[in-house]
Design a protein around this ligand. Structure first.
Ligand SMILES: C[S@@+](CC[C@H](N)C(=O)[O-])C[C@H]1O[C@@H](n2cnc3c(N)ncnc32)[C@H](O)[C@@H]1O
Length: 233
């Protein structure tokens, strides 16, 4: 029962069946070692060395998927854009393991996952100016008022994301939760470091597992693209 609850979305809707992870049934001999995919920093108090994460390709643009779930979006993006690097950030062990299996089976050399709290990574581990795009898709909405401080999108997060982003970098926000989206809008409209731009994802922007689930239930999806403004803009 507990395992089932862990696999449910925040509306209690069933996620796509776990057997969609085609790598789960593969003999382990076919898989690259997952430790080649999961990144375990030697020092959680020092900025990441991108050449350790992506040896030989550390100068490629970096995109981070915050709350990357089972890694389906990460795997699809890594395959579609081999010229970019991808970093998934996920706090749940089971989801990190499934992501590792997916990325290892795909042989992706441009995608890693790290098991950590998203804001910690953005604030303390990502080098300044290192990220081209943050993807924040269906972050937990924390609907109870007393839990609102736990929401990821807050002024302090935007401050730290601004620092981690490269000039011209962006944050892509997606949620099914209208009250959380209103909260996000209040936060980012008051932030001097970002400007909202129109954004309709094209066919090359993969749907996440949660997006597929919410769409199958006919729920609306809210989106925003925030572009980093430079000082003086
Ligand atoms: C609703 S799911 C969305 C997963 C995926 N982005 C998708 O759209 O299919 C939210 C994910 O974010 C993870 N998560 C929530 N808060 C987090 C945090 N502070 N740091 C890292 N991961 C977090 C959850 O464990 C979960 O896998």
């Amino acid at each position: 029962m507990a395992a089932k609850q862990k696999e449910e979305g925040h509306l209690g809707l069933a996620l796509p069946a776990p057997n969609r992870d085609i790598t789960a049934s593969m003999p382990s001999a076919f898989l690259l070692p997952p430790e080649n995919v999961e990144f375990l920093p030697e020092d959680y108090c020092a900025r990441l060395d991108l050449s350790a994460l992506y040896p030989g390709r550390e100068s490629a643009p970096l995109e981070a998927d915050l709350g990357s779930g089972d890694g389906a979006f990460l795997a699809a993006m890594a395959e579609r854009f081999p010229e970019r690097n991808f970093l998934g950030v996920e706090r749940l062990l089971g989801r990190v393991r499934r992501t590792c299996r997916k990325l290892a089976a795909a042989g992706a050399c441009n995608a890693r996952v790290i098991r950590l709290e998203s804001h910690y990574l953005v604030r303390y581990l990502l080098p300044a100016g290192s990220v081209q795009t943050f993807h924040v898709m269906f972050p937990d909405p924390w609907p109870k008022r007393r839990h609102h401080p736990k929401r990821l999108i807050q002024t302090a997060f935007l401050d730290d994301a601004w620092t981690a982003l490269a000039p011209g970098g962006e944050i892509r926000l997606t949620t099914d939760d209208a009250p959380y989206f209103q909260h996000m809008r209040r936060v980012f409209e008051a932030h001097p470091g970002f400007a909202e731009e129109p954004w309709t994802p094209g066919p090359d922007y993969p749907r996440t597992d949660f997006e597929a689930m919410f769409r199958s239930h006919g729920l609306p999806i809210h989106r925003a693209l925030l572009r980093r403004k430079e000082r003086g803009e």
